[in-house]
Design a protein around this ligand. Structure first.
Ligand code: IMP
Length: 182
């Protein structure tokens, strides 16, 4: 199975999840244009439609975003830009003094096998009051998943996989692949 991404952190997480299921994963390391649409599903679908003419054969991509409730869903589909510009410090500043720190991480997988198939995973949680942990990537040091006291960045990849938005989308995707084989 081919994953197209410029993010080695995503690749590492998928490799762990998929190889456990006996699916070997090949990385095509490249960035591609991401249109600014309203949902991660639309962004992922559009990117897969663009890439089908670039990558030979079947592949999948992952479009993810962090949706913070008191900011009306921001950064959402702008998560990548905001991570590069404001960063985690900037998000904490925006939430300074806010009591509601609820947030949701969403992943959308778009798998192209002649048609685009969409799989979504969501994990609710809260934004921490400080940057914590060294593992993972992106917003991991400020996202505490529901039922946990630790940020994603304070967990091992295996621990993050047990509850992450990405692993939920990956499970739905793997079920689809298994059904397709039968
Ligand atoms: P994209 O899916 O590459 O567009 O990701 C949007 C932004 O969210 C990027 O800045 C990523 O680093 C960040 N991001 C995506 N998935 C995760 C995750 O699992 N943990 C933390 N940050 C993430």
């Amino acid at each position: 199975m081919i994953i197209v991404t410029s993010n080695k952190g995503k690749y590492a997480e998928y490799r762990e999840i998929m190889e456990r299921e006996g699916i070997s994963l090949e990385l095509v390391l490249m960035s591609y244009p991401e249109e600014q649409l309203d949902t991660v599903e639309e962004v992922a679908r559009r990117s897969a439609e663009f890439l089908r003419n670039v990558v030979g054969g079947d592949f999948f991509i992952d479009d993810s975003g962090l949706f913070i409730e008191s900011l009306k869903g921001f950064p959402g589909v702008y998560s990548s830009y905001v991570n590069r510009t404001l960063g985690n410090e900037g998000i904490l500043k925006l939430l300074d003094g806010k009591i509601d720190r609820g947030a949701e991480f969403r992943t959308c997988i778009a798998y192209y096998d002649g048609a685009v198939n969409i799989f979504v995973g969501k994990t609710r949680g809260v934004i921490s009051t400080e940057i914590r942990g060294r593992n993972g990537f992106g917003y991991d040091p400020i996202f505490i998943p529901e039922g946990e006291g630790r940020t994603y960045a304070e967990m091992s990849t295996e621990e993050k996989d047990l509850l992450s938005h990405r692993s939920k989308a990956a499970s739905a995707f793997i079920n689809f692949l298994k059904k397709k084989k039968i």
